[in-house]
Write a protein that binds this ligand. Structure first.
Ligand code: NAP
Length: 318
């Protein structure tokens, strides 16, 4: 059996990474001196003690590199796998993604009829490194969020992934016929027994997140969001304030703004990389999961973390 989260302490690169992500931290006066001032304040509305941390240079730099989920720092670009079928080529691709630096692999019970989870399970059974596999259950129509349905899906995910512990499990959709509290209570049973570490929710409003948080700590929210799909702006801000990782799905979908192509030229980057860089600049809570089956695209997506958009560039894309 395999646990799909290697301890960060076993990975020198991660262990040495500075304090990351969106955890609460109050900067000392010396840290704030000479920092970039208020330029991050437009990213989120946040309270005063968090505001201090947003002005700390070392926090800002570490936030650019990684995001903290629970007690783990993760690279800020992950990999979506909703088109992953179980072929030797795709299994090799998953191994290459981990080797290239992907630390969040996003799958679901429903993806490619279970083949996505199976491929990831087979590919990573003997892989070492620091990474997290997130999966989901409870999508497909009314009744999918009933506790007994979710329990059956979770058990299937353990089998497909070949693991006895899932590091991040999302309720994929709020079931219209089952209160969110009941669905999450079923997932919480697994957290209480140590078989699920962190819990997330997907395609949710702030009100639903708050109801969810009254049942379990919510570590991540996965909603559709991109430079051209902004319906969850308020949820992004809420997650940034509350220390919840925001995982935008379909981060590359939709027409590429002309301005993104212009900015891409200036950075010697691709327009897709600019779309990802915009997301990363939008909030330090952001961990996009672009889906790809191409090794070149996956590496390009990871490299988007190195693109620093100026405030003017960011604003011109808004
Ligand atoms: N929570 C939910 O309800 C939900 C719903 C849908 C999806 N998701 C998750 O979100 C992930 C992302 O969604 P998605 O993959 O459908 O949408 P996406 O990330 O918006 O777009 C993926 C498309 O972009 C292409 N692409 C990726 N990187 C590229 C690059 N660097 N340059 C050019 N093209 C690139 C891919 O083709 P190539 O393969 O050719 O690169 C693919 O056609 C999914 O895989 C899944 O894990 C979650």
């Amino acid at each position: 059996m395999n646990h799909y989260m290697r301890s960060p302490s076993s990975h020198p690169g991660l262990r040495e990474a500075p304090v990351a992500g969106i955890e609460r931290r109050i900067a000392t006066p010396s840290e704030t001196e000479g920092g970039p001032g208020d330029r991050w304040d437009d990213l989120t509305a946040h309270d005063l003690d968090r505001c201090a941390s947003f002005k700390c240079r070392s926090c800002i730099e570490s936030r650019i590199a990684s995001v903290r989920l629970g007690d783990v720092d993760l690279a800020r670009i992950g990999l979506g796998t909703n088109r992953l079928t179980n072929t030797p080529h795709n299994a090799a691709f998953i191994k290459e993604a981990i080797a290239a630096g992907v630390q969040m692999i996003d799958t679901a019970h429903s993806y490619t009829g279970g083949q996505s989870e199976e491929t990831i399970g087979e590919a990573l059974s003997a892989t070492t490194g620091s990474f997290m596999v997130a999966t989901k259950g409870g999508i497909g129509g009314p009744g999918q969020g009933k506790p007994e349905v979710l329990r059956a899906q979770i058990e299937q995910s353990f089998g497909s992934l070949g693991t006895d512990r899932i590091e991040l499990y999302y309720l994929h959709r709020v079931d219209p016929v089952t209160p969110i509290e009941e669905s999450l209570a079923a997932i919480k049973e697994y957290q209480d027994s140590g078989k699920i570490t962190h819990i997330g929710v997907s395609e949710v409003t702030i009100e639903q997140i708050e109801r969810a948080r009254r049942v379990v700590p919510i570590a991540a929210v996965q909603n559709e969001y991109s430079i051209v799909q902004r319906k969850y702006d308020a949820v992004v801000d809420y997650c940034s304030r509350e220390g919840i990782v925001f995982v935008p799905f379909f981060p590359l979908r939709g027409e590429t703004p002309g301005r993104a192509a212009e900015i891409a030229k200036q950075h010697q980057a691709t327009p897709q990389q600019i779309k990802l860089a915009w997301l990363l600049r939008r909030s330090p809570a952001m961990l996009p999961i672009p889906g790809t089956l191409s090794l070149d695209h996956m590496k390009e997506n990871l490299a988007a973390t190195e693109i620093q958009l100026s405030e003017a560039e960011f604003n011109s894309l808004n």
